[in-house]
Design a protein around this ligand. Sequence first.
Ligand code: TTP
Ligand code: MG
Length: 361
Amino acid sequence: MKREDTLRKIIHVDMDAFFAAVEQRDNPELRGKPVIVGGKPGGRGVVSTCSYEARKFGVRSAMPTNEAYRLCPHGIFVRSNFEAYKEASTIVRNIFFEYTDLVEPLSLDEAYLDVTENHKGNPSATLIAEEIRARIFEETQLTASAGVAPNKFVAKIASDYNKPNGLTVITPNKVEEFVEQLEIKKFFGVGKATQKKMHALGIKTGADLKQWSEIDLVKAFGKSGRYYYRIARGIDDREVKPHRTRKSYGKERTFSEDVGDLDWVNTFLDDLATQISDGMRKIPTAGKTITLKVRYKNFDTITRSHSLAHYTNKAEEISTVAKQLLEQTEAGTREIRLLGISLSNLNLIEKEYWEQLELGV
Ligand code: TTP
Ligand code: MG
């Protein structure tokens, strides 16, 4: 194994029963019930996903809704509401970016994070994963499962291991043991047809697969044999590739005591704007829309936004706008437990533009 493999800290996060969980959150009468998202039975649609209550009856993603109805006739069939899922997805993704820029989203509800080096300077990937799951719940009232491992292959399987609302940590010294006891069907990247063939050859678990030499695996499975040889040993050096551009940049803070003093709040906004400005200049990026987020003592959370005609990452400008936005809130009359500022409508800055901002012209 390459030395770097053992040193990386990868987290895979996957929301639980994502579309169905959003529906249950937004419609309390659906909670605790078998909810099936997709078309109504009788049509030709398929199931997008279903709640864990419905999974007990064998309902699964991509199954025709008619079959789901046969398995679970008392299930509640609901149509998907993509806007709500997108909104939750954006909130979750922005939480990831608070920890690292190396975020590789796989879908609306799933991503790899490389936290080997992270914005919090936190050396424990396990603590980061727990913090992220807690933050996701706080911000969206939805649960996520996470896997922590030295590589993507193991992290992804680990996040699925204790679903829903679970965390599985596979430290480098446990990787081989973990992979050995896995059933082949849990191996990501081993399709149904290959599974069948492996079963016919007596390969049922990771340990069975490990018995095979690389040459024999290539003979039996072609080029993929090399991949199987490596994953049987828990080796995967694929990098986390952030293929999407960042949508917003911001910071927020929950106070240890609720705050009523407006002067204190204004000074805090100055500090926050300075931190944001520093962070954005590092990337470098600038944004047009400034959003202030306020969470009151009773957890009511509001946002107020203002869009400029130009891009900025200047601390002074950010704090001036944030203070104007603060006047549109009940700060001063209601106590505040959290304050945040973020910039969106971002532009990754070209070198010349960056220099222009630096010079303030
Ligand atoms: P998944 O993460 O695969 O499934 P899930 O979040 O519903 O359940 P869990 O992770 O707890 O096993 O997919 C995320 C969302 O993508 C899912 O909620 C709905 C959508 N989706 C489809 O629309 N069709 C599909 O075939 C799959 C697999 C997912
Ligand atoms: Mg999911």
